[in-house]
Design a protein around this ligand. Structure first.
Ligand SMILES: [Zn+2]
Length: 143
């Protein structure tokens, strides 16, 4: 996904939701468009924004992430460390999943078409139109 595409999509959704533009939120959205294709915690966003003049408060970052999540613009991911991580969501639905290394906490992204087809089939079997799914694998490197 191109970041510009996400940025204009996010802009559209936020305006469509009737939200007034705020400098603090814009800074978060622009940072996500730039860095948000890997998993970032709210604190990491706060730290990266701190360098920018006029960037919003920590509360603004948390509130913005909440809003973006409600609008389906970011995906939230809990890797089991007790903190949520975020990444931008492709409007096309194209996405990847994550493997968390149980020893180091390192996160690896992967895509798997066969997994997606299997999930789709399960939805059909259960008689539902799936609106989303989360898959997190955890494991230890074979040594
Ligand atoms: Zn999937």
């Amino acid at each position: 996904m191109t970041r510009d595409r996400w940025l204009s999509h996010a802009d559209e959704r936020l305006r469509g939701a009737g939200l007034r533009t705020s400098a603090g939120r814009t800074a978060v959205v622009e940072l996500l468009a730039r860095d948000g294709d890997c998993l970032l915690s709210a604190q990491e966003l706060v730290d990266r924004l701190r360098a920018q003049p006029g960037a919003g408060s920590t509360a603004t970052v948390y509130r913005t992430l909440e809003t973006l999540h409600e609008l389906g613009l970011v995906r939230r991911f809990d890797g089991g460390e007790g903190i949520a991580r975020y990444e931008i969501a492709d409007p096309s639905g194209e996405h990847h999943h994550h493997l968390v290394d149980a020893d180091t906490g390192e996160v690896v992204a992967f895509e798997d078409a066969e997994l997606e087809r299997a999930i789709h089939r399960i939805g059909e079997r259960l008689g539902v139109r799936l609106t989303g799914h989360d898959v997190i694998l955890r494991g230890r490197r074979a040594s």
